[in-house]
Every structure is written in C-alpha cells, then in structure tokens.
Design a protein around this ligand. Structure first.
Ligand code: ZN
Length: 781
C-alpha cells in the first residue's frame, strides 16, 4: 500500500485546491464501537426464543376465552356487564393468582395518571388548560365498579384492586395445562371522550344539535394481563399512553343497546337477520360480492333514526370472534353503514366496512371502505394474508385501534364540502388504524413496554400503503427527510427508540416517525427492497398470532436477509445520534504527462532491499538459525529467478509498468490523459453511520449516482477520504441527493456550496407540516 501512495504523490499533481471547509470537532475516538455486534444488549436466546429470531421449540403462550353480556344505558351514559372468563395456563409456571387490567380506572379521580405530569401557569391560560391542571376534580363518578368475582360454583374469589390492575387470588394454583373459569360483574359510567379533562380512547360523543350519542366502547371489560416468557405478568399501570399487552382467545359477546342503534364490533355478527330489516339484510347479502361499497343502512335511514330517539325497546347483537387479543364495539342510531369484500389470493373473503354519521358522509362514503380494502390488500402482500372475516372503520373524530375495528376522524364542513387536508387526514388515519389489526393485534407485541414496536412498524407499512394509493400522497412519515427536524434537536430532547412507551418526551416523533423513517431507510438505502421485503415477511409469518420481542425482530431481519444490521439497530434504535455527513474538502488531480526526473530514484527505492532491520531477524541470525531456503538449492534458484512483476495480471505488474523506462509520454497520454482523480474528504458530524450517496454532475451536464456502503466508516467512524476516478470533469457534487439518509444538516453536503434556506425558514416549513399531521390532530392513535 505504501508503494501505491508514493506513486501517486510523484505522478499526480494537484491542479488546485477547489473547496475546503474547516475541520470541525470530532467524536471521542475515531474507532468507536458502532460496528460491533449487539451481543449482550439483546437477551440470551433460549428454548422459547431462538437465536435466529424465530419462536423456539418450547415456545408457549397463554390463552383466555371470554363470554360477555353487556347493556348500554343511554340515559345514564353507563355500561354494565357480566363476563365468564376461562384462563388456560399453557406456561411452565404454576400460577397462584391472576392479574387483570381495569383500564377504565384511568379515569378514576384517584388515578396516578392525573398526577404524573408537570404543569405550569402561563400568562394566558385557556379554560381547558386551567381545568387540566387537576383533571381529577371533575372525575368523581368514573372508574369501574366491581360487584362480584366468583368461581364456577358462585363462590366469591378474593381480589385486590391497585388503580388500573386487579389481582385475583385462586382457590388452588393453576398448573401447566390446566384451565380456570371465573365470573365478574361490573359497571362503569362512560366518559364524554370529547371532554379534554376526561380524555380517553372509549366513551361517548354527544352531538348537541340532534341530542344523539356515538359510542366507542373500548378497554371496557375486565381482562387478563399478558403473561409471557420474557416479561412474566405485564402488570404495569395504565397511565393512558403506554397501551396494552393482551392474550389471544375466543370471544362470544352479547351487546344490548337501544333497538334503533346499529352496532359494529370485533368479529362476526351471528344474528343479522334479527337485527336488520328485510331490506337491509338483502343489501348485506348483496354487499358480499359487490365491487363498490353497498350501503346496508342508508343515509336516509340514518337521518330518520336520529330524529326519533325516544325509544324504549332494546336489541341484543351477538358477536363471535376467534383468536383475537381484544374486543371493541361501536353503537349509535346515527350510523350509515356500508360494506364491500376484500379477497385474499386464496379466495378467502373479509368484509371491509364503515360506520359513520351524516357529518362524515361526504368523506366516508367516498373513501373509507375503499381505504380499508386497500389497506388489507397491501398488508396482505407484505405481511400475511388478512386472516379475519371483517375490518371496520368507524368515524369517531379520533383514532384508535382494536382487532377488526378502529375509530378514525373524517368530518366534512357543515355545507358538505371538505378540504384536501381533511380528506387525507381521514385516509391516513384509516390506513393506520386498520393496519394496527396486524401490528399489534396479530403480530402481538407488548405495547405497554414498546410503543415503537407496533406504532413504528405500522406507520412504516402505512407509508407503503399510502404510496400505492396516490403517487403524490402527502405522507407524514416514511421519507427520511420527515425525521430530520426531530433528529436535529439538542440531545436532551431525544431518547433512543428503545425507550419505554411512558418515558418518551417526544412520543409521536420518536415511536411513530423515527421508527417508520428508519425502517424505510433500511428498505430503500441499506438493504434494498428485495432483501428487506423478504425478511419483513418472514418476521410477520414467524410471529403472527404470537408475542414477538424487539430482539426477535432484529434477529429475524438479519437472519432472513443475510445482512449484518447490528450497526443499524445500535445507531437508530439504541442511540440518539443523528446523521450529519459533511463533505469537508475536495482535491482534484491529473496524471503528470511529462517525464519525471525523480522516477528513477523511486524505482530504486522500491527495488532496494533495505536488509535486516527488525529484532527477530537480527536474533535469528545471531542465534545461528538455519534458513531452509538457503539449504535447498532448488528453492534458492527458484527465488533468484522469480520476477512477479513480469506477469501480466498482477498488481505488481501494473506498478512496475508504471515505472518502466520504456513508458512513453504518448502511452501515458492515451492511458491516463483523460483521467480526473477526485479525492473527497468526509467527516461524520452527527455520529450515526450510514451509507454515503454521491451525485456527480459533469461538465457535459450528465449526472451519476455512486453509493458507498456504510462499512466505509468501519475503521474510522469520524473521518474518511476516498479517491474517485472520473473520465469527465466534475462540476458539482451533492451528498445524499435524494435526501434518503435523514442528514440533519445539508449545508455541508454540496460542492460548490449552495445557498440554502436558513434554519429558521426550515423550522417554519416543518412546523407547518406538523400541524397538518392527522395523527396529532386525532390526539391518540
Ligand atoms: Zn397507531
């Protein structure tokens, strides 16, 4: 290597120093550990979870079945219920008690949720801001009332409630392979979920103009906490953000509501003929094979129903859902309901459906059910074929997800018109919330621990789905550029993606946008679509209807693609480093075509044998070591006649030829005259290593993209210099021309240096984008 460098120094001359930035401060060391394996940062593989990221030979998970009856009281705004729970212990553990979630207790006045956020007085306070200082003052009437917890004989079971969790003592331990059946009766007052102080995912919305309510009933029944091999009981408190960790099982749910309500729920309705008019049932049958959404309850019927709300009778809708981790439902007399089918490749049908009031009719009747079907088609392609019989989008002016059913925003203006922003907000949220049926409802991650693991993967797939809805779709996550504003913040504003759901300061930017953008970079820039898509699908297939951990995801993506990604997980998921690659300076060289008087000396230097110089050789000779080559005449003769530089293909040949006395100026001109040698000096100012993408612009106006793999940083994580040989003269260089690496400062990415918007201008632009964000408007997702 030394020889080559010497040759270039002698034979190339620098035409001019064209561009140079001052060298900025560098990291603590040139060679850090960014390319080392994650090692013990990941849990040790065991017989439950394999080292390749797949479920192990002894993988197990619990199962819990629910048989629930419930009654909605519209006058009292109250829900009461009784449920029979059958818990199957399939773990190797003997269980002495069971933990249940009472999430509705987040609204109880005593809940810690109301006391764990800091607050401040500002010069100008809105009424809502004042009321939110101590929201519990308005919440005396809320939270779950448990009336009884009994075993199958009707004998009471001892239980203890700790805010949003409840521990039930067992009369005798449940051994592996055994099941235990018990009953709970309960009720709770529904919250006004549009009220900022009682904010929640489920409850009612009262439409003041017509006096009717729209109910979204979620986290509504006492249900089992997840018990898994990696966490044991997931019984962390519910503070309203870190969502849920749940167990798969079968549901039979009987929902009694006012007789003019329309109910939509997780699973399949077992008694449509009794719930619908003959005409409606005929439309439902017609919808099974429709090419466009069919209105089963029409706008006229919905408007008529909302005017006749004084009804005395009730109806009981019966739903069944198999192999789901949760159950949610909606009810209102205001609903229009439409449906059309989605078919998997094997012909299996799922009904895509939407429920919406007249306020959402202009947007929802056009887009909702089609967005549901488009989501199922896309996720089926990249994850697993949609396995459930239905997928429902409910317009509820917010966003939240449950198996087969989700609640989304999408209202028009009073005159029936709507903005493009309102339209895309609705479509984005529908795609996102329907997509959640995959992550985490099927690929059942622990949301209370990891927000990113469902939100980030799902937001990434949402981006992929939006991209095939409209080529000019206004995405809010996915493209790398959309995370630079967050990543450019000071370090005290950033957390690693691998941070617990409740502990994130910038929850939305971190769990949703950073993860989605990172995965998209992995797909487009690091792995390529073929490898990424293959590995992502394998991950989904391995963990469908199971409980994956982040390590299972990280390991599977490497195992199935053959790409070492530890540096990527380390940088993007475990650190707060950002990408900021700087093109610090450039040197341009050409070959000196004239004879060089120093050439002979160089040849001599190369060919000169300096003799014995190092201590081992000295001691070998002093110690009288016999050298076998000298003792073997045949070998000695071979070496003395061996001239590797006479070969035609070796590196030595090239170098020797370069120094050949017979090398004419004409030959030099022919071979090297056109070459331009560009030596580029890069530094890593953000800390995060990424591939370096260079766009060259040549004198003739043509362009070329060159991609340098991330491993260019592996020996020196803060700087590298590299020479590029070009036939044509270069007039411009742009680093990361497609903005695919989330480089937070593009001012040092160009040669010649370009005038870029100031930081303040960029900030304003990004801020505007953020306010357009439908998920933020929705407040919860
Ligand atoms: Zn979400």
């Amino acid at each position: 290597m030394k020889t080559i460098r010497t040759a270039l120094v002698i034979y190339l001359y620098s035409i001019t120093l064209i561009y140079s930035l001052p060298l900025m401060g560098q990291g603590p060391s040139n060679h850090g550990h960014k390319f080392e394996q994650l090692g013990t940062m990941l849990p040790t593989p065991n017989t439950y979870r394999n080292m390749d990221g797949s479920p192990g030979p002894d993988y197990w998970q619990q199962r819990v079945d629910y048989d629930i009856e419930c009654w909605l009281d519209e006058k009292l705004q109250q829900l009461r219920g009784k449920e029979k729970i059958t818990y199957y212990n399939q773990s190797p553990s003997t269980l002495h008690y069971l933990w249940l979630q009472l999430d509705e207790n987040e609204h109880h006045a005593s809940a810690d949720k109301h006391r764990i956020e800091g607050s401040k007085i500002s010069d100008i306070m809105s009424e809502n801001a004042l009321r939110s200082l101590e929201p519990w003052r308005e919440l005396e009437e809320f939270g779950v009332k448990i009336f009884s917890v009994t075993d199958h004989n009707g004998d009471s079971l001892k239980y203890t409630i700790y805010q949003t969790t409840m521990r039930v003592e067992l009369p005798k331990p449940i051994e592996r392979g055994e099941s235990f059946t018990f009953n709970i009766t309960w009720n709770y007052n529904l919250i006004d979920r549009m009220n900022t102080t009682s904010w929640g995912r489920g409850g009612y919305e009262l439409f003041e103009k017509d006096g009717n309510s729209l109910y979204t009933i979620a986290q509504w029944y006492p249900r089992l906490c997840a018990y898994t091999d990696d966490t044991g009981w997931q019984n962390k408190q519910f503070f309203g953000r870190g969502e849920f960790a749940l167990t798969f099982g079968n549901f039979l749910v009987k929902i009694t509501v006012p007789e003019d309500h329309v109910v939509g729920a997780t699973g399949e309705c077992m008694n449509y003929p009794q719930m619908l008019t003959a005409e409606q049932y005929q439309r439902w049958t017609q919808a099974q094979t429709a090419k466009q959404p069919v209105e089963i309850v029409t706008l006229d019927e919905a408007i008529k129903a909302e005017k006749h709300k004084e009804v005395m009778g009730t109806k009981t809708w019966i739903y069944e859902a198999d192999n789901v981790r949760d159950f949610a439902w909606t009810s209102s007399r205001k609903f229009v309901w439409d449906a059309m089918p989605h078919y998997n490749e094997d012909g299996k049908r799922a009904m895509c459906m939407s429920y919406y009031a007249k306020e959402a009719y202009p947007i929802y009747s056009r887009f909702s059910t089609k967005a549901v079907a488009h989501t199922l088609a896309t996720y089926s392609q990249y994850a697993i074929p949609y396995p459930y019989p239905s997928a429902i989008s409910v317009e509820a002016d917010n966003g939240m997800e449950y198996p087969m059913i989700c609640f989304n925003p999408g209202r028009a203006e009073e005159d029936g018109t709507y903005t493009e922003h309102a339209k895309f907000s609705a479509i984005s949220t529908i795609i996102h919330e329907v997509g959640h049926t995959y992550f985490p409802m099927i690929i059942n991650s622990d949301e209370r621990q990891w927000a990113w693991f469902d939100e980030g993967l799902n937001t990434f797939m949402q981006f992929v789905t939006e991209s095939t809805w409209d080529p000019n779709y206004p995405h809010w996550a996915g493209p790398a550029e959309l995370i630079t504003h967050y990543m450019a913040q000071s370090k005290d504003q950033l957390e690693p993606i691998m941070t617990n759901s409740e502990n994130l300061a910038n929850y939305f930017a971190n769990a949703y946008i950073k993860t989605a953008c990172a995965l998209n970079m992995l797909r487009e820039t690091v792995m390529g679509r073929e490898k990424f898509d293959y590995a992502f699908k394998i991950y989904c297939e391995r963990w469908a209807f199971k409980h994956p951990t982040p390590a299972d995801f990280f390991r599977t993506m490497e195992d199935a693609s053959g790409v070492d990604l530890d540096w990527f997980w380390r940088g993007w998921f475990y650190s707060i480093d950002a990408v900021d690659v700087s093109l610090d300076s450039i040197k341009w060289y050409k070959v000196d075509l004239e004879n060089n008087p120093e050439r002979k000396e160089v040849v001599d230097t190369i060919h000169a044998k300096p003799g014995i110089t190092h201590i081992s050789q000295t001691r070998n000779i002093e110690g009288g070591v016999k050298f076998s080559v000298d003792e073997d005449p045949a070998l000695r003769d071979f070496y003395s006649s061996y001239k590797p530089w006479e070969g035609k293909d070796s590196v030595m040949t090239y170098l020797t030829w370069l120094y050949d006395d017979t090398f004419t100026e004409k030959e030099k001109e022919k071979l090297y005259g056109k070459n331009n040698y560009y030596e580029l000096f890069f530094s890593n100012k953000g800390g995060l290593v990424m591939p370096v993408i260079i766009e060259w612009t040549y004198k003739d106006g043509s362009k070329e993209i060159e991609r340098i793999p991330v491993e260019i940083w592996r020996k020196n994580e803060t700087n590298f210099r590299k020479v590029f040989v070009k036939d044509k003269e270069v007039t411009g260089i742009v680093i990361d021309p497609y903005k695919e690496t989330a480089d937070i400062d593009v001012a040092n990415n160009n040669w010649p240096v370009k005038q870029l918007p100031s930081r303040f201008e960029v900030y304003k632009k990004n801020k505007t984008e953020e306010t357009k964000n439908p998920m933020q408007r929705a407040g919860k997702t």
